[in-house]
Design a protein around this ligand. Structure first.
Ligand code: MSP
Length: 512
């Protein structure tokens, strides 16, 4: 069985500093990367920045900087954000790196040699903000200007010589490809949109620009730079050292298991990208998941709308794990979501502090007072103990499936239920009344410690910092975490010393 797993985030435009939407894509991808690792997979998790094109060139000009100098600065803030978000990415790719240039040029050469690219004349609409070409049907008039119907961004008229990729040739093959790979595009609702777009007829795609120079030159024609999306998408294989297809990274990890992206860029990933790869005789990724947007009020966040939520501010005010927990639990995955302070505070206070944090503190103080922080020897488990412990064993396969189907919410609901059940168990069993029945007291505490261990393991992909702190109670270090151990009811060794921990989550006063 192939135990390698390759997951990617979109590579972000360093046209302005990162916002919550970017943080969201990255946190979600990190959840999957971390889960797969504790499920025994060798994971390669990639993120990075998308640095070419007119959008970046103009942003640099506006800031009176050379494009590369500008990208160096902003790309660095994305790199720092990856650290701040505690992403477990193995690589951070920048499309201005030489290795990426080589990879894009090679792909171009293959496509050109295969007759998939030809020179002609482009005339049509272009949105610099989306770096996308739009047909007449895809634009509308708004307040006297022309904008894209889907993104609302301004379009301008472009007429210039351009290379075209024969996308129209791939229409039928793409439809067959979607049919053969029914889970290639998720969620299902988004897949339907893509399929109808392809069915409605694909036109050849302009894949070069002549009127500006910030990009990778077309190898056979120095007057053109390669279309930024053909350039950007190739990052997913450049990071694996393509065109060297014999090296281990490429051999082990391509095709990618999951491109995690926002719904706004589904067309590029689910139509253009597989078409380029099929045309170049390269394997296609296994899945593209288009998540929803984090809205600011009712709208998508964007620099031009001036409604940016800054992830750093929220992290400063509430904490990183608190934000990660909120985004993974409260946003219905696949749909748009909102960040509301009330809901964030309620998550922190009820789920993290009162439920999980409280369970850890109560059980630990009791174990300290009554058992000197030594794991007790359990007697036979009774039905109450088994019921709660076996929940993990009985749902183990389902939990793995939830993650494999990107069903984050069911995974989170399971955890929340177990946190609640854990506290209820401790309350109902009343170990403080069992001081004259040492054997029963031992079993209750052993069971409670096992519950904390199991829940902490499940929380690792969600809130890695807090989970590691909690697992430190049992001297379980990051490298040792294995999801399968949640099916073991007797993982902890009686007689072993456990460690006290500081309060995991402070409650937040809603007036703060
Ligand atoms: N550079 C391209 C992606 C190239 S991938 C080969 C790009 N960059 S972006 O910086 O504009 O946005 C990248 C991703 O950030 C979006 O696809 C989406 O995943 C995420 N988000 C940007 N704004 C968002 C929200 N408001 N909400 C959630 N995610 C959104 O597109």
């Amino acid at each position: 069985m192939n135990k390698n797993y390759y997951i990617t985030t979109p590579i972000y435009y360093p046209s302005a500093k990162p916002h919550m939407g970017h943080a969201y894509s990255s946190i979600v991808a990190d959840f999957f990367a971390r889960f797969k690792r504790i499920n025994g997979y060798k994971v390669f998790f990639l993120t990075g920045t998308d640095e070419h094109g007119l959008k970046i060139q103009r942003a640099a000009e506006k800031n009176k900087k050379k494009p590369l100098e500008f990208c160096d600065e902003i790309s660095q803030t994305f790199k720092e954000l990856s650290k701040t978000l505690n992403l477990s990415n193995n690589e951070f790719i920048r499309t201005t790196e030489l290795r990426h240039h080589e990879s894009v040029k090679k792909l171009w050469n293959i496509l050109e040699k295969k007759g998939e690219i030809y020179l002609s004349q482009y005339s049509g609409w272009y949105s610099v903000s989306d770096e996308a070409f739009y047909s007449d049907e895809e634009i509308e008039n708004k307040n006297g200007t022309k904008v894209s119907k889907s993104s609302g961004s301004l379009v301008e008229w472009v007429e210039e010589e351009s290379y075209f990729f024969k996308l129209s040739n791939w229409q039928e093959k793409l439809l067959k490809f979607y049919e053969k790979n029914p889970n290639f595009i998720l969620p299902k609702s988004r897949k339907n949109e893509v399929v109808s777009f392809v069915k409605s007829g694909l036109k050849d795609l302009s894949v070069s620009r002549k009127s500006f120079s910030w990009g990778i030159q077309v190898p056979t024609n120095k007057d053109h730079v390669i279309y930024v999306w053909l350039d950007a998408l190739t990052n997913y294989i450049s990071a694996l050292n393509y065109p060297d297809t014999d090296n281990n990274l490429y051999k082990n990890y391509w095709p990618a298991d999951l491109h995690m992206i926002g719904k706004d860029i589904l067309r590029f990933h689910a139509v253009y990208w597989p078409a380029f790869l099929l045309a170049a005789d390269l394997p296609t990724p296994k899945r593209v998941y288009g998540h929803g947007w984090i809205l600011s009020g009712e709208e998508k966040m964007s620099k031009s709308k001036g409604n940016i939520l800054d992830p750093l501010e929220i992290i400063n005010d509430y904490g990183l794990d608190q934000l990660r927990y909120y985004l993974l639990k409260e946003v219905s995955f696949g749909n748009d979501g909102n960040i509301s302070k009330e809901k964030l505070i309620s998550c922190i206070n009820s789920d993290l502090a009162n439920n999980f944090g409280n369970l850890c503190q109560r059980v630990l103080s009791f174990t300290e007072k009554n058992l000197s922080l030594i794991v007790p020897n359990p007697e036979n488990f009774n039905n109450d103990d088994l019921k709660i412990l076996n929940n993990f064993t009985n749902n183990y396969n389902e939990l793995i499936e939830f993650v494999d189907n990107q069903n984050i919410n069911s995974y989170m609901n399971f955890i929340v239920d177990q946190m609640f059940n854990g506290n209820k168990y401790f309350n109902d069993q009343e170990p403080w009344k069992k001081k004259n029945n040492q054997k029963r007291l031992n079993t209750i505490i052993y069971t409670s410690l096992e519950l904390i261990r199991k829940i902490s393991i499940l929380l690792y992909p969600v809130i890695p910092n807090a989970s590691l702190k909690a697992l430190n109670i049992f001297n379980i270090k990051e490298k040792m975490i294995n999801i399968e151990t949640i099916t073991n009811n007797k993982f902890l060794n009686p007689g072993e010393k456990i460690n006290k921990i500081n309060i995991l989550f402070n409650k937040v006063d809603s007036n703060d």
